[in-house]
Design a protein around this ligand. Structure first.
Ligand SMILES: [Fe+2]
Length: 217
């Protein structure tokens, strides 16, 4: 089962926070994206050290983008706060705030991406899809393992095999916060929510906590 979401370009780049550190990172990311357009593995390789530098700075994410959200498109009170979106929607940056002991659905992203832990602790469980999507609503996943993630750690997303996971906050009192750098408008596209034990899948659109999905922006 595949979905193609065609989203129109925006009038301009959108900034949801005013941060010189984020602006500097976006400028570098745009340069790298155009230099590595044909090879997304190379995009990840080249971008990762710059992302690591951004993650180490701990004072650029405003408090309101570090909060859970009880109207979350991901459920579980998970905040998904859009920080930046390029005009072509081919680069988005958002924070994902998972309350203590909450867990995301098993989901995909349908794009290359870098995810870095900004605060707290998480466990990521990674899956690989075994079937070819021929049967509507069915999906068979293989569990590839669960990995502990601590602040400063970065993991990569790259479809088709490195794109399906669930993430759990393992902190007890405070949310865990990860920063996502994605090659699509992740909140606005139709993607997949998997149910590994039932071997089923359905489409969903997460939206963003501060920029809900609208048919026409
Ligand atoms: Fe994810």
């Amino acid at each position: 089962m595949t979905h193609t979401t065609i989203l129109e370009s925006l009038a301009t780049d959108e900034w949801f926070i005013d941060s010189p550190d984020l602006r500097e990172f976006v400028a570098i990311a745009k340069q790298i994206l155009s230099n590595t357009a044909g090879d997304r593995q190379e995009t990840l390789n080249t971008l990762e050290p710059h992302f690591a530098t951004l993650l180490k700075k701990q004072d650029w994410l405003p408090e309101q983008f570090a909060q859970p959200n009880h109207h979350s498109g991901l459920g579980g009170g998970i905040g998904q706060w859009l920080l930046y979106r390029s005009q072509e929607r081919s680069l988005t940056i958002f924070s994902l705030v998972i309350p203590p002991n909450s867990i995301t659905p098993v989901h995909d992203h349908l794009s290359w991406g870098l995810v870095g832990l900004y605060k707290g602790r998480q466990e990521e469980t990674v899956y690989r899809r075994l079937d070819n999507g021929d049967v509507e609503g069915r999906a068979q996943l293989q569990n590839l393992g669960t990995y502990k993630v601590k602040p400063g750690d970065i993991y990569r997303l790259l479809p088709p095999d490195g794109d399906i996971h669930s993430v759990k906050a393992t902190t007890v009192f405070t949310p865990s916060i990860s920063i996502h750098v994605m090659g699509n408008d992740t909140g606005n596209i139709l993607r997949h929510h998997y149910y590994p034990e039932a071997e089923s899948v359905k489409s969903f659109r997460s939206g963003y906590s501060n920029a809900p999905y609208k048919e026409n922006l």
